[in-house]
Design a protein around this ligand. Structure first.
Ligand code: GDP
Ligand code: MG
Length: 177
């Protein structure tokens, strides 16, 4: 049962992955609590946050895991991926390197996670459009090639954040229901 006493029909574990400082923790803060912080410290302690929502008249509890500053390659443990039905692969659209690293994060993810995991590619910090280093087309191409969903977001301006999480969660719902 959820915080409001409602019956939970599904619990979906979703993991956030990607380089440090791309905005994973702020995307989660925005989605789970509608909060944002410009001077967010490296994530310490908090393993996951939950948000309970309705999909198709069912009560779904999204349990979204955030890396606790373990973003170095291969430092994220298999326990982090265990049981995940969704993943948000996040890069910073103003940092080309964070996008170039998506291929190996994806490889990591695929080697640890369930075959049917729903993966969403997220280009964050769209509010910094003038500093863009990753064309939308490059990301779209990569997403299509790898069969990922794709969206550009801004945790700061709350652009597409709800939509990105909900698109992923609805797709997960479709695959399990
Ligand atoms: P993480 O290491 O991936 O968890 O990244 P954080 O969520 O801690 O964010 C790193 C930095 O980027 C912080 O200073 C955030 O305030 C900032 N940040 C996160 N999302 C956005 C965004 O959408 N736009 C802008 N301009 N800054 C952001
Ligand atoms: Mg973080």
């Amino acid at each position: 049962y959820g915080e409001m006493g409602q019956k939970i029909d599904y619990v979906f574990k979703v993991v956030l992955i990607g380089d440090s400082a791309v905005g994973k923790s702020q995307l989660l803060a925005r989605f789970a609590r509608n909060e944002f912080s410009l001077d967010s410290k490296a994530t310490i302690g908090v393993e996951f946050q939950t948000k309970t929502l309705q999909i198709d008249n069912r009560t779904v509890k999204a349990q979204i895991w955030d890396t606790a500053g373990q973003e170095r390659y291969r430092a994220v443990t298999s326990a982090y991926y265990r049981g995940a039905v969704g993943a948000m692969l996040v890069y910073d659209m103003t940092k080309r390197q964070s996008f170039d690293h998506m291929a190996r994060w994806l490889e990591e993810l695929r080697s640890h996670a369930d075959k049917n995991i729903v993966i969403m590619l997220i280009g964050n910090k769209s509010d910094l459009g003038t500093l863009r280093a990753v064309p939308t087309e490059d990301a779209k191409e990569f997403a299509e090639r790898e069969s990922l969903f794709f969206m550009e977001t801004s945790a700061l301006e709350a652009t597409n954040v709800e939509k990105a999480f909900m698109t992923g969660l609805e797709e997960i719902y479709r695959t399990v229901s």
